[in-house]
Design a protein around this ligand. Structure first.
Ligand code: SF4
Length: 439
C-alpha cells in the first residue's frame, strides 16, 4: 500500500513548481500518494516562503498544529526558502521536525526522508540538482524552471540568500521538457525564473549560449504548443529585441508581470533595482504601442526606508500612467541577510517610515488600484478574447478559462469544452468577474 504525503505550499510559482517536483520524486521513487488530510499522512511537508516576515513567523505555530494532529509515526519536513535561511535552527526550535531541506536541495527529497534530525541547505551548482521526476498538476498547463537563484541583491530581498546565485538551465533540457509536456497534452507552458529574462547569463557548465528572447523563439517552434507565459521578468532586462519577439510571436501570451517595487527613482536606487521610473514607463509605453491589449501586473513595496511623501506620489503617478491589471502591494518588511535590514538595525538610522504612514500609503494605493480596475474592467464589455478553457463546473454548467491577456472569464455551457481554445465575447461584468459567451 502506498504511503500518504500531505504538502502545504506557500509563496510563489517557483515554490509551486518545487512542490510538483517533490511530489513526483516521492510518488515515483518512494511510493507515496497525495492526501489533502494531514491527519492520515505518513509525511507532512511545509514548502515555505521567506519573502515576507509574517509567513515565516507562522511556521512554528503551523508545525505545532501538525504535531498535534499527525499520526504517531508520521514525519514532518520543512522545505523551501525559510528552510534555506533558518537551516538547523528549525530543528533546534522544534523537536517535532524530522528534516529541513533548502530550496536549492529539492532534488534530494527522496534521500532526506530516510534521515532524522538533519538539515540539508547547502547551495550547489550541479546540473543534476534540477533534473527531477516529472509531475504537473494540470495537463493543460505546465511549468518549467528555466533558471534558479538570483544575482541581483536588491537591498530588501532575501531570495539571493535562500536560492543562491543565478544559474540558467541548459536550453536542451528545457526544450526536451517542453516537448514532453506538449506530447502529453499540455497547451500552455509557464517559464519560471527569479529573473526569467536574464536567462543565459550563466550556466553551471559549458552549454549552448542563448538568451531569453532566443529561448522563447525556440520554444514557440514546438508543434502543438499553443501558449507561452513567463514569470517574473526584470524591468532592467526588457530590451527592444525582447519586446519585439514578445509582441510579434503569436504564441507568447500578451500578459506580463513587471515588478515595479517603487515609482521613485531615488527609492529604486536605494533598492538597487537598476532602473529608473523613466525607464520603467518607457518600456511600458513601447510594449503598449505594439500590444494595446497587453495586461501588466506588478509588485509594489510601500514604506521602504527613507520613502518620503514625494517618493510615494511618484509610485502613485506610475500607477496612474500604467494602470496595472494586477497589483501585489505590501508594506516593507525587514528581512535578515539583506542590506536594508542592516540600515534598520543601526540605531542612528533615521530613515524608518512610521508604521501608520506606511499603512495609510498602502490603503491609498490599493483603493486607487481598485478604482482603476473598475474603470478599466468596464471597457472590456463586448471585447472578444481567445480563451483556453481550463475547468468545468458540471453542477452549474459553467466553464472557466483565461484569455491570452490573462483575464479570468466564465461561460455558461451545457458542454464540457475543457482543453479547447475558443473565441469568447465578454457579455457581462459583475465587479471583477467577467462573464462571456461563445461567438
Ligand atoms: S531581482 Fe531583486 S527582488 Fe527579485 S529575486 Fe532578485 S534580489 Fe529578489
Amino acid at each position: 500500500m502506498s504511503k500518504k504525503l500531505y504538502i502545504q505550499t506557500l509563496g510563489c510559482a517557483m515554490n509551486e513548481r518545487d512542490s510538483e517536483h517533490i511530489i513526483a520524486e516521492l510518488e515515483e521513487k518512494e511510493n507515496y500518494s497525495l492526501t489533502d488530510n494531514p491527519k492520515e499522512a505518513d509525511l507532512i511537508l511545509i514548502n515555505t516562503c521567506s519573502v515576507r516576515e509574517k509567513p515565516e513567523k507562522k511556521l512554528f505555530s503551523e508545525i505545532g498544529q501538525y504535531s498535534k494532529i499527525k499520526k504517531q509515526d508520521a514525519k514532518i519536513g520543512i522545505c523551501g526558502c525559510t528552510a534555506s535561511h533558518l537551516g538547523d535552527k528549525i530543528l533546534k526550535r522544534s523537536k517535532n521536525v524530522n528534516f529541513v531541506l533548502g530550496a536549492r536541495n529539492v532534488s534530494k527529497i527522496s534521500q532526506i526522508i530516510h534521515k532524522d534530525r538533519v538539515a540539508w541547505v547547502d547551495i550547489d551548482y550541479d546540473d543534476s540538482s534540477y533534473v527531477f521526476s516529472q509531475k504537473q498538476n494540470s495537463n493543460l498547463k505546465g511549468m518549467i524552471n528555466i533558471s534558479i537563484g538570483c544575482d541581483k541583491k536588491c537591498t530588501y530581498c532575501i531570495v539571493p540568500h535562500t536560492r543562491g546565485n543565478e544559474i540558467s538551465i541548459p536550453s536542451d533540457l528545457i526544450l526536451n521538457e517542453a516537448k514532453r509536456l506538449v506530447d502529453n497534452g499540455t497547451k500552455e507552458i509557464l517559464l519560471l525564473g527569479q529573473n526569467v529574462n536574464n536567462y543565459g547569463r550563466r550556466f553551471s557548465t559549458e552549454h549552448k549560449k542563448i538568451n531569453f528572447t532566443q529561448l522563447l523563439h525556440e520554444i514557440s517552434q514546438i508543434e502543438g504548443l499553443e501558449r507561452i507565459r513567463f514569470t517574473s521578468p526584470h524591468p532592467l532586462h526588457m530590451d527592444d529585441e525582447f519586446i519585439t519577439e514578445f509582441a510579434t510571436n503569436r504564441k507568447i501570451c500578451k500578459a506580463i508581470h513587471m515588478p515595479l517595487q517603487s515609482g521613485s527613482t531615488a527609492i529604486l536606487q536605494k533598492m538597487k533595482r537598476g532602473y529608473s521610473k523613466e525607464w520603467f514607463l518607457n518600456r511600458v509605453e513601447k510594449m503598449r504601442s505594439l500590444m494595446p491589449n497587453l495586461s501588466i501586473g506588478t509588485d509594489i513595496i510601500v514604506g521602504f526606508p527613507t520613502e518620503s511623501e514625494a517618493d510615494f506620489l511618484d509610485t502613485l503617478d506610475v500607477l496612474e500612467k500604467v494602470r496595472f491589471d494586477t497589483l501585489y502591494s505590501f508594506i516593507y518588511s525587514s528581512r535578515p541577510h539583506t542590506e536594508a535590514a542592516s540600515w534598520c538595525e543601526d540605531e542612528n538610522f533615521k530613515g524608518l517610515v512610521d508604521e501608520e504612514i506606511a499603512k495609510e500609503r498602502l490603503a491609498i494605493l490599493k483603493d486607487r488600484h481598485k478604482a482603476i480596475l473598475q474603470e478599466d474592467n468596464a471597457k472590456l464589455l463586448h471585447q472578444i478574447h481567445s480563451v483556453l478553457l481550463e475547468s468545468y463546473d458540471e453542477e452549474n454548467k459553467l466553464l472557466e478559462g483565461r484569455s491570452d491577456n490573462n483575464k479570468l472569464i466564465r461561460i455558461h455551457s451545457l458542454d464540457n469544452l475543457v482543453g479547447k481554445i475558443l473565441p469568447v465575447r465578454i457579455c457581462k461584468i459583475n465587479g471583477a468577474q467577467l462573464m462571456g459567451e461563445f461567438i
